[in-house]
Structure formats: C-alpha cells, structure tokens
Ligand binder design. Structure first.
Ligand code: FAD
Ligand code: MLT
Ligand code: ZN
Length: 496
C-alpha cells in the first residue's frame, strides 16, 4: 500500500514518462502554471508531457494510488482557471500537447479521429484537406486544443447552424481516474446502447477523466458564403433581422454576432489593421454570414435582398457586404479581436451569459440600465453570439479609473448581473464553463437535486478526488459528503 501522504516522486514520474516527459525547472513550468487571463497563479510538483495513452494511463493509476491531484491542460486558453493547478505545489499538470495526431479521416462517413492535443485550427485544416468541413470556430482556434474544446463544451461563432462541441462528437477515448482506458471511439451516428457515458466527459473540465482522442463529425465543405455587417437600431431589431434572414435564406445563417459601438472603438484603437466598415457611427451592429455547400449558391443576392427590405422597414440603418475574401476576413478580424482589444484597454470583468433569444432585448435593457446607474467607473462591452442567445456581457474599466477599485467590484457586480440572468430564466455560464472561477456560482444557482447528482457522478468516476480537484465542484463539499446546495436554489423563475 503506497504512503498517500508522500505525494508523487519525480523519479517515479520519470520512470513512467521518460526524463524528457517531466518538467520541473521553474522557467520550463511557468507557462503551465498561470491562466492566460492571469487570474490564477498555481504551483505544481511537475508538468507531465506524455507521448501516449498508455503513459497517461500509468500516470493516472500512480497518482490515484497516492491521492495526488492531476490537472489536465490543453492550449490553456480557457476563461475560468480550469487548467491551472492550485497553490499547494503537490499537483501534477498533464499537458496533452504531444498527443497531437490525426489518427484517421473517413470522408464517406463524414468523420475524423483526432488526438486530444491537436490544435483546433489543425483539425479544421485536416477536414479541409479531405474536402470536408469541421465547423467549430473560436477566436482562440490557433492555440486551443480539441481536448480543451471537448472538456469545456466550447461554443463559438457557428453554433447557430452546427451546435456546440457536444453536438459534434461521435465517440471518445478517455483515461479514467484509476488508469483504466475507456475506448469508445465510435464512428456511429446511431447507438442507443444504454447510458450515454461519453456525454458526461463533455463539459466536465477534466474532473471526470482525461480525454485522449475523439471521433468527431464532419460536414460538406462550405463552397458559397455571403457575409454582411449591418447597423441596427437596437437588440430587438437585431433579433428580428435574424428571424427574417433565417426565413429568407432557407435557414442557411451560420453566424449572427452582435457588436456594440464600443466594440468598434476598442478594436480600431488597439488592433492594427481594423477599420470601421461603415461611414458613420451607430449604436449596434450585427455581423452575419450565410453559407452553403453548393458552389455558386446566390447567397449574396439573398442577403442583399433581405437587408434592403429590412432597411426599408427601419430594422437596418446601414450595411456593408463583403465583396472579397479579404473583406470577409477583415469583418471577422474586427469581431474576433474584441476580447484582445478589451484586454489591451485595461481591466475587464466577463459575464458569459445566455437567455432565450426572444428575451434578450428586455434583459439588455434592464441590465444596461443597472450598469449605467451603478458602475460609474466601468463601461459596458456587451457582444457575442446573439443568434444563440449568448452574450458576453463584459465590462471594462472606464478611462482614467483606478484598476483595483474597478476590479474590487467583481463580486457585487457578478451577483447583480447573474441574479438578473436567473430572473430571465438564463444561464450564468453559456460556453466558458465553471473552472475555479464559478464554483460558487454553480453552488448558488444549481438546484439541490442537480448538485446532488453532479456530486454523485464525481464520486463514482473519481472516488479519491484526484482529477482536477476544486474545479466545477468544491472539494470541501465533496469531502463533507454534502448533498444539495448551501443556499436555497432559485425559487420560481418569472418571465421578463
Ligand atoms: P484549456 O484552457 O487548456 O483547458 C480548459 C479546461 O479543460 C480545463 O478545465 C482543463 O483541465 C480541461 N482539459 C483540457 N484538455 C483536457 C483533456 N484532454 N481532457 C480532460 N480535460 C481537459 N470559448 C468558447 O466557448 N467560445 C468562444 O467563442 C471563445 N472565444 C475565445 C476567444 C479568445 C481570444 C480566447 C483566448 C478564448 C476563447 N474561448 C472561447 C475560451 C477557450 O478558448 C475555450 O474554452 C477552449 O475550448 C479551451 O480550450 P483549451 O485547449 O485552451 O483548454
Ligand atoms: C468571444 O466570443 O469572443 C469570447 O468567448 C468572449 C470573451 O472573451 O469574453
Ligand atoms: Zn464567445
């Protein structure tokens, strides 16, 4: 029986992973110990760089026996601190970066098997090389990994048409807490054989197993597209326009993103090469894209006609159509660099919320009014995947304000915004997950029944609590055998 209090030994790790598979030097480990927003700074006994599923299996079996915490890490682009170890210096970060092969592509089955450490953009390219399309698309796609996408159930800009990462998965290969390997790399679209175990790992943020590979869905390649940037009078007009475009295009809207004026101001100021696509300023804009797998589908005509009639009816105030791939890229650069421009502009607080699309205008009106009246040193930067009801209801410190005073507002601000989201029947985490950042929010807003079931699942998959401890669910609550939530769950949800 191993001495559990002894933790892990570097010699044993090197025996499992080889000397070049274990980083301990502070300079080498530093990039793995901080999240990219620099909200969390952890310590680790070592960073493991396994080359094979078998090495991960042996590593997990060893850590499980000794009760050593293991923190899976992909591209480290997550927003909730889920990939950062705690401050104890006893945990081991397991980076998936060396498991980065595309194992197979099956064009006729419209599927592909990728290892967890594959960069998302490389998976998109592999699909494209096979004359197919993998639709998941995020601003971080040049860095994030498919394992991280699966573990956060990532969303992004094409969910409206293709769904979230969960909807794009056929099968998984996962190493369990005790080192056993779940090999379920199915290529099947239909398989009703008992509980859908793989589902549990999607969005589990590394707390139930380490994903090592996935079988994912591909789609026909996009061969025609039309991209427009339109100024709209308000959020209501934006969602009315979305409904019109869906009808007019035969539901070929693949992206529909809301951008506020401040999004243009921030990106044109901080990101080289970004310009305002329209001649004069407006309060709100949408970036919308229609796509089709048919070559020469007249989507430009469809979008132009729909926008012209919306212009006549006063829904749209002005619009620009991308006439070349370069112009399309410029519009997407504007949208996708808003988070970076926010970062460059100063301290910011993020609220990744979702509400039913029809209720968004009412929410934005109420929440914006509250921010304007109560956060005098902050500026609202509310943008995002409005076609999915997902807004990044973010705030930046106002020019000339004090960074620390602004950041000190985080807790009351979060409480006010998330309580309002609850009142509108929405979610406080639409696509970024829970990680470390939102453990308290989950305890506040999930019902006792949901928390009971989540803790029961965690205990069943990871009885020793070694997989990403303290992420998603509080370790203290798990240890204490708590059932339900500490606070009463939301009572009646009233509609806006
Ligand atoms: P990491 O940050 O490394 O890890 C995230 C979580 O997954 C952690 O809990 C980690 O422990 C776990 N994990 C990672 N790999 C594995 C594995 N193999 N097995 C088990 N657990 C694992 N997100 C969106 O959803 N939509 C967006 O539009 C979006 N835009 C973004 C834009 C920018 C500029 C940036 C910086 C981030 C954006 N994100 C977005 C957030 C982030 O990119 C996603 O959450 C992404 O899926 C994280 O992938 P990653 O490989 O970086 O994971
Ligand atoms: C995005 O959609 O750009 C990100 O998910 C939002 C963010 O950085 O808050
Ligand atoms: Zn987003």
């Amino acid at each position: 029986m191993p001495d559990q209090s002894a933790g892990a030994s570097i010699e044993a790790l090197e025996e499992i992973l080889g000397a070049d598979g274990v980083l301990t030097d502070a300079v080498d480990t530093a990039p793995f110990l901080t999240d990219h927003r620099r909200l969390y700074h952890g310590q680790a006994l070592a960073v493991a760089l396994p080359r094979s599923v078998e090495q991960i299996s042996r590593l997990l079996a060893y850590c499980n026996e000794r009760h050593v915490g293991v923190v899976p890490q992909g591209g480290n682009t997550g927003y909730c601190g889920g990939a950062t170890p705690d401050e104890s210096g006893r945990e081991i970060v397991v980076s998936l970066q060396r498991l980065n092969h595309i194992r197979s592509v099956d064009s006729l089955n419209y599927s592909l098997v990728a290892e967890a450490g594959c960069i998302l953009a490389d998976v998109q390219r592999a699909a494209d090389d096979a004359e197919r399309f993998f639709p998941l698309s995020l601003g971080s796609e040049g860095t994030c990994q498919i394992g991280g996408n699966l573990s956060t159930n990532a969303g992004g800009t094409s969910v409206l048409r293709y769904g979230m990462m969960r909807d794009l998965v056929l099968g998984l290969e996962v190493v369990l807490a005790d080192g056993r390997i779940l090999s379920s790399l199915s290529a099947l679209r239909k398989d009703n054989t008992g509980y859908d175990i793989k589902s549990l790992f999607l969005g589990a943020e590394g707390t139930l197993g380490v994903i090592t590979a996935a079988s994912i869905k591909l789609f026909p390649k996009v061969r025609s597209s039309a991209t427009a940037f339109a100024a709209v009078s308000d959020v209501r007009a934006a969602i009315d326009l979305l409904a019109r475009l869906r009808e007019a295009s035969g539901d070929r809207v693949s992206s529909f993103e809301l951008i506020p004026r401040i999004g243009i101001d921030l990106t044109t100021r901080h990101i080289p090469g970004v310009t305002d696509p329209l001649g004069r300023p407006y309060s709100w804009y949408v970036l919308c894209e229609l796509t089709s797998s048919r070559a020469a589908d007249p989507l430009d005509d469809v979008i132009e006609e729909a926008l012209a009639s919306a212009l006549e009816d006063g829904l749209v105030l002005d619009a620009a159509l991308a006439r070349s791939e370069r112009e399309r890229d410029a519009l997407w650069k504007l949208r996708e660099t808003i988070p970076e421009a926010q970062r460059l502009d100063g301290a910011n607080l993020k609220h990744d919320i979702s509400i039913a699309v029809s209720a968004l205008p009412g929410f934005v009106e109420r929440a914006s009014r509250w921010v304007h009246e109560n956060v005098l040193d902050g500026r609202l930067v509310a943008y995002g995947h409005v076609g999915d009801g997902n807004l990044h209801f973010n705030l930046n410190q106002a020019p000339g304000s004090d960074r620390n005073t602004f950041l000190a507002r985080e807790a009351p601000l979060k409480r006010a915004i998330h309580d309002l989201v609850r009142e509108f029947g929405g979610s406080f985490s639409a696509e970024h997950g829970i990680g470390r950042l939102k453990v308290g929010e989950l305890e506040r807003y999930a019902s006792p029944v949901e928390l009971d079931l989540m803790r029961a699942v965690k205990r069943a998959f990871d009885p020793n609590g070694v997989l990403n401890p303290g992420k998603v669910l509080s370790s203290a609550a798990l240890r204490a055998g708590l059932t339900g939530s500490a606070e009463p769950a939301c009572a009646v949800q009233r509609s806006p």
